[in-house]
Design a protein around this ligand. Structure first.
Ligand code: SAH
Length: 207
């Protein structure tokens, strides 16, 4: 997976490559999908949600430029795979999920792997997790119409946020950097994510 899918596409950060090598991706999907777990594609994780293609997980992680000391906020725990990869690189991961059954399952996987530096909660992640802010990095793994304002407020200075932004069927991966009080934004890839649903995301009723 690392040598065939990540390195040739420009994932060069050794910390990211090591973490992607380390985390057993198959443990984040059901047994029936184990044979496909390291393939170059997303996979279903139940509740109509998906675990991203390995390349996208690596690209988003690399965009955060983690060194090791960071507190990272993730919105959209899903299977927990992205949080697990982050947890091998930074000090602490805070992850928020809106679907109860997914966070329950993800917690079990974290426990099984003894990944003790991941804290999860059930909530609308478009509101962030103010109690533990600021975060050195924020990653949103569901696609929204815009960058949720509370997340920009909870981002440390300096800090980096990565999020898919666009329509419900197509988004661009936006990297927002905060430095000396100023925000800079760039697009790094075209992507398709499941909906970010919440106060600062899409409404449940497709409005
Ligand atoms: N990062 C996950 C994949 C995420 S799929 C992994 O590695 O497996 C997107 C997830 O975002 C879904 O589980 C969905 O339920 C969740 N989600 C969507 N809107 C959300 C919101 N407002 N707050 C928290 N989670 C949300």
């Amino acid at each position: 997976m690392v040598n065939e899918q990540l390195v040739p596409r420009g994932i060069t950060d050794p910390k990211v490559l090591t973490a992607m090598n380390l985390v057993p991706r198959h443990l984040f999907v059901e047994n029936a999908l184990w044979g496909q777990a390291y393939g170059d594609h997303p996979l279903p994780i139940g509740e109509g949600q998906t675990i991203s293609q390995p390349y996208i997980v690596a690209l988003m992680t690399q965009a955060l430029q983690l060194k090791g000391h960071e507190h990272v906020l993730e919105i959209g725990t899903g299977s927990g795979y992205q949080a697990a990869v982050l947890s091998r690189i930074c000090e602490k991961v805070f992850t928020v999920e809106r679907v109860d059954s997914l966070i329950v399952k993800a917690r079990k996987t974290f426990d099984k792997l003894h990944y003790i530096n991941i804290l999860g909660k059930l909530d609308d992640g478009t509101l962030g997790w103010p109690e533990n802010a600021p975060y050195d990095a924020i990653i949103v793994t569901a696609g929204g119409p815009r960058v949720p304002e509370p997340l920009l407020k909870q981002l440390a200075d300096p800090g980096i946020l990565v999020i898919p932004v666009g329509s419900r069927s197509f988004q661009e991966l936006e990297v927002v950097s905060k430095k000396d009080g100023a925000l800079k934004s760039k697009i790094i890839e075209s992507v398709r994510f499941v909906d970010l649903i919440g106060t600062h995301g899409w409404q449940n009723d497709f409005s």
